[in-house]
Design a protein around this ligand. Structure first.
Ligand code: GLN
Ligand code: ZN
Length: 778
């Protein structure tokens, strides 16, 4: 790439919204965890943090960016940093006033023996989790931690043109929750009422940044892409009028979806610039261009910050040229959103260099560093003309073309099969009321059948065996013997506990998506493609690059073996199409719905094979069904239609006598219960214990027709629930679910738990079922 020399004389500005802080080698993860374990002191941790920031800034500077985000760094989470900055740590933690210490900061994130941690939830529709701000009527804000100002000074000292990044006041409040003592309260606090208390603190922050010599500050208001209540939208003008009084120039950034509906309000705000996401919502360019105010810049989020595909430079350039025709040098160029959501550096994937095929795959990809180069290239192209970036355009075109025509990507047979799926394939043979009779005759389960969600504790021993096998230190035969022994052990435990429907324990699975992805065609895996999930936790999502098919059975051998050693019914265990899709990087050349259908067909074949192997119960986990919901409600029906269809395609091909289960790890069903019912699983197991059977609300409103197992044992904690406790929960459930349709099970899989607690908890759980059976409820 030719170096960008004359940046100052170039007219369009290249910038970035945020950079992955975790480090290309997950340095920050390792350092933070070492600090938690007491193996690294605070100075050591801060040193590593500082080193990473410096490295990331210099890297962005070298890439040719004119403004570089500062304040996107965090030892845990950027929302938590905002809470620290705003002096808004909940009073229940009892921290003395003033800036948080690093230890206190981590206590907010992780809890301690006296306090439970702040709640964590997904950041918009990403797989990143943020720590939810906790508010009360009495919440006060004040200038808290000094970290942001220190980091700005640190960057400036290095000659970095720092553009501090803040989460905006509306987004901060909107994503928070009213809580009393850490527990959710009936919402009687309108969080918007806190805004007047919050604004003065933002004003102080902005004034401070201005005195530091900051020219531009980026204020992120992604909440604007949600269905924000009108009252919130109405505060935009006065809020930003107040913020802009004594402040660096404000770039108001929105991303992840369109803000078209607020375009006129946004254009009229007293801010110096707007950033919009033109990858997720390219159509919004038009309404922003119309009478775009002369005194503002428009930052075009043109390089996809959410996915790992190389940018189609020619197409992007064309869009930018149109924008520039109207905006001239008031056009800025950036990734669509922070690059937090993509891995750091494709150059690390040296294994992909080893075959021609993989080299080609690699040429289709771009991680954070490569994306910055794309932003710089596009900026050059739009400013100096296409010729200035001819080599990059040629390269990108060649890669794109090789992808478009690659037989690795396109599988005609898969396409044809997906196109030929008829409504018949989505339909069970008979309605639930008839099926359940047939199933009951076959399974002969007692009332209140007990089961678990699939995984049993993944001991160090199991993990070592898997790693040994993967790295060739263990032969296939040895590995199989080892896994069979594991299965046998888990089966005997369940028999001893008296569980009714058994599982094989999932010892062979490292991850419920990776396990299937590795065996399906159309999936690729990186070596270092880590993305922060929360705190120090990172995930390495598979890349779905091509049409998906199943070359061979994936789980049958294990399930069959497990069934062969017990008389109790064994549940086959699969991950559903939406969850596989949701936790992977997906194709951008075909709609998600199409890939979902392809995965569904692959799973359907697996379901058939399990059925043929004599497995009478098959569970298809859809842990991510709800989190896949689009950000705007208007887009929900379409998503629910194709995702429910995918589930039905994968599950409906079985005989009446085969019982289909599904599992979901949440209970906020209120809005989508009809869709969940439409999936028509014979049994659904869900998480409910933590929310004290919150699902009951939904069940009051909508009569869920099939069997249901509301989790009674919170597996997220090592605490062993007592029989009385679980009995109480079940009695609550019985108020809305008929006894003959109720199952007894934990909230989720037990893989992160230890055996001793699991045994006692399940013992208690089985005792609950026995107690219910012997009492008069049935
Ligand atoms: N079957 C999986 C397990 O038990 C389900 C995990 C999940 O829902 N997240 O581990
Ligand atoms: Zn779960």
């Amino acid at each position: 790439m030719p170096a960008l020399t004359n940046l100052e004389s170039m007219m369009s500005i290249a910038h970035n919204l945020g950079f992955p802080r975790i480090g290309a080698q997950r340095e920050l993860k390792k350092a933070v965890e070492a600090y938690w374990k007491g193996e690294l002191d605070e100075a050591g941790l801060r040193n590593i943090g500082q080193g990473l920031r410096k490295q990331n800034w210099l890297l962005q500077q070298q890439a040719g960016l004119n403004f570089i985000p500062v304040g996107d760094f965090s030892y845990y989470d950027q929302m938590l940093n905002t809470t620290a900055l705003l002096g808004a740590a909940p009073s229940r933690f009892g921290f003395t006033d003033g800036a948080l210490t690093l230890a206190e900061y981590f206590t907010l994130a992780r809890g301690d023996k006296n306090n439970f941690a702040l709640e964590m939830t997904k950041w918009f529709d990403t797989n990143y989790h943020y720590l939810v701000p906790e508010f009360l009527h009495t919440t006060q804000f004040k200038l808290g931690s000094e970290w942001l100002f220190e980091e700005v000074a640190e960057a400036q000292a290095l000659g970095i043109k720092a553009k501090p990044v803040l989460i905006g006041p509306l987004t901060y409040l909107y994503l928070g929750k009213e809580k009393q003592g850490g527990k959710e309260k009936q919402a009687d606090l309108n969080r918007l009422h806190l805004l007047p208390k919050l604004i003065p603190v933002y004003q102080q922050i902005l004034a401070r940044l201005k005195t530091q010599g900051v020219e531009w500050v980026q204020i992120d208001e992604p909440a604007l892409v949600l269905d924000l209540p009108q009252a919130w939208v109405d505060t935009l003008a006065s809020t930003y009028a107040a913020l802009s009084q004594d402040s660096p120039k404000i770039l108001l950034a929105t991303y992840f979806n369109s803000v078209e509906e607020h375009a006129e309000i946004l254009k009229a705000l007293p801010v110096a610039g707007l950033h919009i996401d033109l990858v997720r919502a390219p159509q919004q360019a038009e309404c922003f261009l119309r009478h775009f105010p002369e005194d503002k810049i428009l930052s075009a989020g043109i390089v996809d910050g959410r996915n790992i595909w190389r940018c189609n430079l020619a197409a992007a350039l064309q869009t930018l040229q149109t924008l520039r025709a109207t905006l001239g040098d008031r056009l800025w160029i950036a990734p669509s959103c922070s690059l937090l959501h993509v891995p750091v550096d494709l150059a690390q994937e040296t294994k992909l260099d080893q075959t021609i095929e993989n080299r080609m795959l690699k040429s289709w990809l771009a991680f954070a560093i490569q994306k910055l180069a794309e932003v710089a290239t596009l900026t050059q192209g739009v400013t100096l003309g296409k010729e200035a970036i001819a080599p990059q355009l040629a390269q990108a075109n060649a890669a794109l073309e090789s992808r478009v025509y690659s037989p690795k990507v396109h599988n005609q047979a898969v396409r044809q099969r997906a196109a030929a799926v008829t409504p018949l394939a989505e339909q069970r043979q008979s309605p639930f009321v008839e099926r359940i009779v047939t199933q009951q005759a076959r399974l002969k389960l007692p009332a209140f059948p007990t089961t678990t969600i699939g995984s049993f504790p993944q001991t160090a021993d199991i993990r070592t065996a898997r790693a040994d096998y993967k790295h060739g230190r263990m032969s296939t035969a040895q590995y199989h013997t080892k896994m069979r022994a594991e299965i046998e052990q888990v089966v005997r435990q369940q028999e001893a506990l008296g569980l009714d429907v058994l599982v094989h324990g999932e010892a062979e699975r490292n991850d419920m998506v990776e396990y299937f992805g590795e065996q399906l065609q159309g999936f690729a895996f990186t070596e270092h493609g880590w993305v922060q999930s929360y705190g120090s936790r990172c995930v390495k999502p598979p890349i779905i690059y091509g049409d998906v098919s199943r070359p061979h059975p994936m789980t049958v051998e294990w399930a069959q073996y497990a069934q062969s050693i017990t008389d109790k019914p064994m549940k086959g265990m699969l991950t559903g199409p939406i969850t596989i899709l949701q936790w992977s990087f997906v194709r951008n050349d075909i709609p998600r719905a199409e890939t979902a259908l392809q995965i569904a067909l692959a799973i359907r074949d697996e379901v058939h094979d399990l059925e043929r192997a004599g497995i009478a119960i098959i569970q298809i986990d859809e842990a991510a069904m709800r989190e896949g919901l689009p950000l705007k409600k208007i887009d929900w029906p379409f998503y629910l239609a194709w995702s429910v269809r995918a589930f039905k395609v994968c599950s409906a091909g079985v005989n009446n006598a085969t019982q289909i289960h599904t599992h979901m790890c949440y209970s906020e069903f209120n809005d989508i219960l009809p869709a969940i019912a439409a999936m028509d699983a014979d049994v659904i197991t869900i998480e409910t214990s933590r929310s004290d059977m919150e699902l009951l609300d939904a069940f009051h409103a909508f009569h869920y027709p099939n069997d249901i197992g509301p989790g009674v044992y919170d597996i997220h904690s090592p605490r062993v629930p007592s029989t009385e406790e679980m009995l109480r929960l079940i009695h609550k459930a019985l108020a809305v679910i008929p006894a003959q349709r109720l199952w007894i099970n934990p909230d989720c899989g037990l893989k992160t738990r230890g055996w001793p607690e699991v045994k006692t908890a399940l013992q208690n759980m089985v005792a609950v079922a026995r107690e219910l059976r012997s009492s008069a409820v049935v």
